[in-house]
Write a protein that binds this ligand. Sequence first.
Ligand SMILES: *[C@@H]1O[C@H](CO)[C@@H](O)[C@H](O)[C@H]1NC(C)=O
Ligand SMILES: *[C@@H]1O[C@H](CO)[C@@H](O)[C@H](O)[C@H]1NC(C)=O
Ligand SMILES: *[C@@H]1O[C@H](CO)[C@@H](O)[C@H](O)[C@H]1NC(C)=O
Ligand SMILES: *[C@@H]1O[C@H](CO)[C@@H](O)[C@H](O)[C@H]1NC(C)=O
Ligand SMILES: *[C@@H]1O[C@H](CO)[C@@H](O)[C@H](O)[C@H]1NC(C)=O
Ligand SMILES: *[C@@H]1O[C@H](CO)[C@@H](O)[C@H](O)[C@H]1NC(C)=O
Ligand SMILES: CC(=O)N[C@H]1CO[C@H](CO)[C@@H](O)[C@@H]1O
Length: 675
Amino acid sequence: MSTSSRRICLLYIFLSNLVMTLGMQCSGIRPSFRFDCYPETGSNQQNCNKRGCCWLPSPRNDRVLEGVPSCFYPRDFPSYQMDSLKQTDFGYSLNLTRTTKSYYEKDVMQLQMDVYYETAQRLHFKIYDPKVKRYEVPITTPKVAKRAPLTEYNVQFSKSPLGILVTRAKDSTVLFNSSVSTLIFSDQFLQISTSLSTQFIYGLGEHRGRFRLSSDWKTYSMWARDQPPKVGANLYGSHPFYLNLEGSSGRSHGVFLLNSNAMEVAIQPAPALTYRSIGGILDFYIFLGPGPDEVIQQYTEVIGHPFMPPYWGLGFHLCRWGYGSANKTLAVVKKMKAAGIPQDTQWSDIEYAVGRKDFTFNNNTYAELPDLIRYCHANSMHFIPIVDPAISSTQAPGTYSPYDAGIVGDVFVKNSSGNPLVGKVWPGETVFPDFFNEKTKSWWFDQIKDFHAQIHFDGIWIDMNEPSSFVDGSVDGCADTLFDNPPYTPSILDGKLSAKTICASATHCIGRHYDLHNLYGYSEAVATNSALVKVREKRSFVISRSTYPGSGKYAGHWLGDNYSLWPDMAYSIAGIMSFSLFGIPLVGADICGFNLNTSEELCQRWMQLGAFYPFSRNHNTLGSKDQDPTAFSDDMQSSTRKALNLRYALLPYIYTLFHFAHVKGSTVARPLFFE
Ligand SMILES: *[C@@H]1O[C@H](CO)[C@@H](O)[C@H](O)[C@H]1NC(C)=O
Ligand SMILES: *[C@@H]1O[C@H](CO)[C@@H](O)[C@H](O)[C@H]1NC(C)=O
Ligand SMILES: *[C@@H]1O[C@H](CO)[C@@H](O)[C@H](O)[C@H]1NC(C)=O
Ligand SMILES: *[C@@H]1O[C@H](CO)[C@@H](O)[C@H](O)[C@H]1NC(C)=O
Ligand SMILES: *[C@@H]1O[C@H](CO)[C@@H](O)[C@H](O)[C@H]1NC(C)=O
Ligand SMILES: *[C@@H]1O[C@H](CO)[C@@H](O)[C@H](O)[C@H]1NC(C)=O
Ligand SMILES: CC(=O)N[C@H]1CO[C@H](CO)[C@@H](O)[C@@H]1O
């Protein structure tokens, strides 16, 4: 091409873009209302226009417009329209069709939307493929067959493009308005947007950050990952639920998207947000509150009320990785007792096991583990060991029964060629139990029962259950499938699904890891809780690192491998309040910090704060200085004694709050605005 014809060509592209951008479809859209049409990296005018979207880059270095997408949907972007609307016993059923394909592969051209008026305060709507059954989250939710006679919400539909508008009947506050942007429903890319009633929005976990989420063009992604808490990263659990305050009325509502695929939620200052999930269906619940605590009660009615912890579980817990032996652990327990510092439970990290293998204990350094536990029980205390899901796969046949029995029982997750998928965790090469399988649950029960016959533990700490693996995918890598490399990957760390976990193409007995990944910790908590109850015939006590909506029914949570730093202590408060929203009231951070060496001042302040965590445990990593309260000065010990004694004086009240959480689904630790 000659220089001049190239110039003409460029001029043509420029002019046609200008015409398009200034045309009816693109003009007059305020920056805060631009919905991102190119969330992938590498957005430019050419690929933006190819999608049929508007291109209008912000001037460089303009702070006001920072984060505003240059590529955004025009108002008349082709989408679904409503074909028919039918009244049903439970509400409405709509047929939706699209005639123009979106720019993602395999659009579902015909959809069905069922709207269930479930209770006066709970609306449920579900958008799915009526012809081909797609993956749906395997957690049990209430089934409602009859429309609630009176509701506190109104629902309206717009026909073309299809939109759903949910308002509060009392004052017409908009709770959900999908018309703000375009609906896409393709096989591996599902997108829907809504406006928010205010910028006061909370939830969407698991993330490190302030309690109130930022609506300043921030994206929150969900894909369970073994990741020390870091601002902006996807962490251990996945909770697509938010609470939104409605402004001066003081009312609030909650929105739950029951979807477990890798997902992101982008919030913008309109205020509005956009969900982008790469699988499943769009299954929404809206809870009308109006009080924030009522929103959480209505949410936990759907996902399950939190379990009732035993009274002792609310006492002070002590742990570290690196005691070195059962004897040294016992020495610390005795020192705590001599110092008059309340302690209810002693824990052991993976050092108690032989070669870090589940269901073993080292008969050298931990030969006295049964004595340690006997001592605890004789002093009305309890003992909890760590158990990881991954099972060592490299032991000689006949020497490690958890693996041998698991192979016989066919209980492990399979790779895409049908063999048990092999990853690497603490014991070296490992396989991963498929807890969705009934056979696995009974095998897991057998392991817990046999181990309990050797050491009489009282609870179980389930770690590494994202599931975490030290090799991406598997020791053989991952196959190159559309599950391992989907057309769109939400903005997760390392930009690939297999990072620090097993391949998305791996299979469980009920489906693909691609769909079930975010539920792995949940499924382990279900199996562990029920095994513990059967073995001990008492209320169970399970603490899990990875969680999903409904996990609170089976387990509590700690906020992961944090650092002995002041900001970590501060962020723990936001973390605890967020998990209250997620229906997991039994939550705490590692007091004094896990990684790095703490200082006496930090540890003293953190013990004083941690005395009020619903789950109060001091825990430390290998190679760090001792940080149990007896490792510090008399002053520090005396303030800790005072703080913990205050907690113990309040225990009847804390226990009562847990009772209310268990029977009504309300919160235990809660932000002041809940009051
Ligand atoms: C939706 O479409 C299907 C066929 O595509 C039809 O059988 C069904 O009756 C329609 N439903 C409504 C509510 O019109
Ligand atoms: C819903 O959103 C559409 C598109 O932004 C807007 O035109 C409409 O006014 C909104 N509805 C309400 C009730 O706010
Ligand atoms: C200690 O455990 C090893 C296997 O881990 C076993 O071979 C040995 O017999 C055990 N020793 C005792 C005294 O139980
Ligand atoms: C633990 O203490 C007991 C009693 O003092 C002693 O016999 C045993 O050897 C110790 N064990 C270890 C691993 O040091
Ligand atoms: C599945 O696992 C087997 C056995 O470990 C291995 O030989 C095979 O290559 C793996 N397949 C894939 C696709 O990784
Ligand atoms: C913590 O202190 C111990 C003992 O003084 C030291 O060996 C270790 O390197 C320190 N850890 C860090 C991360 O500084
Ligand atoms: C608040 C804080 O300091 N968080 C840190 C936790 O650890 C990660 C990983 O090292 C850091 O990136 C965070 O800044």
